[in-house]
Design a protein. Structure first.
Length: 390
């Protein structure tokens, strides 16, 4: 492992050198933000802290609840890497393994300032995909869509429609790439040609759940994968809960689609509420256990979200909204001409099932067209997958 962790040659006192030393310390067992800050304050520079002996480290880290065993593991790790881990030029493969080319750290130009306001800020963020999206995330120009892994059909449909609507309006869609609501929101965003941002509870090279390998690949190609876990980090259950705070910090608003009374999505909602961020909740059947947690937020002041269009109207155009080229048809009139058959089939109102039967098309084919008409102000959606003309 020591050979794989070698980082490029850099003068210790330079900003580049200290950045690399932060990467070294960030991988040490037991070292988090508070302890790293304590080391910087005590030794001035992190390369000096690395060369300190065990007794010096013990004194400096006293009071941070680092156990004797934790100190032993830290010492073993330092011995494994050797006295100068920042000393050699790595191969391209080693750089990718360490994340030197795809890693953000505090102080980097693209680092989102909101991350530092968290009670437990990340020490680093590894990423894969479209780096241009960091410009949006740095300004919190994204929307988080969260919810349960086992949603009702209504919840899953709403999450997918939200992903599509946000993508069409130019908003990056942040979620966790988990089953259920996360996957539906990312899927809808991808279908509409949007930019999904997946905050993982695993290192970037891991896929969880395993059957999301294609979805994770598509998100990396079309959007962005983000993780605070370095390659090779063992996956723990607590990592999935910790990612919730990152989803909130990267976003401008949070939409809670559906979740039971015990759900990680509730942690995201609580954090957003405590930070004074807009919190939207999709109302659901009061008899469903899968929505007991999200419905409760409606009585605590969260904004009910009855239609994706309500969210878009509140947020306004997103940072990635496409501009219409000169001479290109746009607006309700152009949409009306292209979708005249659908509007005719709608009549005074119809369900998705009725429209599928009348037009001989699948729900997937019709959902995208219905959403475009809704965004154009030509129809409105109602509970129960029902649409009426405006």
């Amino acid at each position: 492992m020591g050979e794989l962790l070698r980082l490029p040659l850099a003068r210790h006192g330079t900003a580049e050198g200290q950045r690399l030393w932060r990467q070294v310390w960030a991988q040490c067992p037991g070292i988090g933000g508070q302890r790293l800050q304590r080391l910087e304050q005590a030794f001035g520079q992190l390369d000096r802290a690395w060369r300190a002996d065990g007794e010096q480290l013990k004194r400096v880290l006293h009071g941070t609840r680092l156990s004797a065993r934790g100190l032993e593991e830290l010492q073993a790790y330092r011995q494994q890497l050797g006295p100068e881990p920042v000393s050699e030029t790595p191969t391209p493969q080693q750089r990718r393994r360490w994340g030197v080319q795809r890693c953000l750290m505090p102080g980097d130009r693209s680092w989102p300032p909101a991350l530092q306001q968290l009670e437990r800020p990340p020490l680093q963020l590894f990423w894969q995909g479209r780096g241009s999206l960091w410009a949006c995330l740095r300004r919190q120009q994204a929307v988080a869509v969260v919810g349960t892994r086992r949603p009702s059909r209504h919840g899953e449909t709403m999450a997918r429609e939200l992903g599509r609507a946000l993508a069409l309006a130019g908003w990056p869609v942040v979620s966790g790439l988990a089953e259920g609501i996360d996957a539906a929101a990312h899927g809808g965003c991808l279908e509409a040609g949007g930019r999904p941002v997946a905050v993982l509870g695993t290192p970037l090279e891991r896929v969880y759940p395993r059957h999301h390998s294609q979805l994770q690949r598509r998100v990396a190609e079309q959007g962005l994968l983000v993780s605070e876990l370095a390659a090779g980090t063992p996956v723990q259950a607590g990592h999935f809960a910790l990612r919730n705070r990152l989803q909130v910090a990267l976003s401008q608003a949070v939409v809670l689609v559906e979740c039971p009374q015990r759900s990680g999505a509730l942690h995201s909602a609580t954090l957003a509420w405590d930070l004074g961020m807009p919190l939207w909740v999709v109302p659901a059947d009061a008899s469903k256990a899968s929505a007991a947690g999200s419905n409760r937020w409606l009585g605590q002041g969260a904004t009910p979200l009855l239609s994706p269009q309500d969210l878009i109207e509140s947020l306004g155009p997103g940072p990635l909204q496409r501009t219409t080229k000169a001479g290109e048809n746009s607006g309700p009139a152009a949409l009306h001409n292209r979708e005249a058959a659908l509007l005719a089939a709608l009549g005074s109102g119809a369900s998705l099932e009725q429209l599928c039967a009348r037009l001989q098309q699948s729900p997937g084919q019709l959902s995208q067209r219905l959403l475009q008409l809704e965004l154009a102000g030509l129809l409105r959606s109602e509970p129960g997958l029902w649409w009426r003309p405006c």
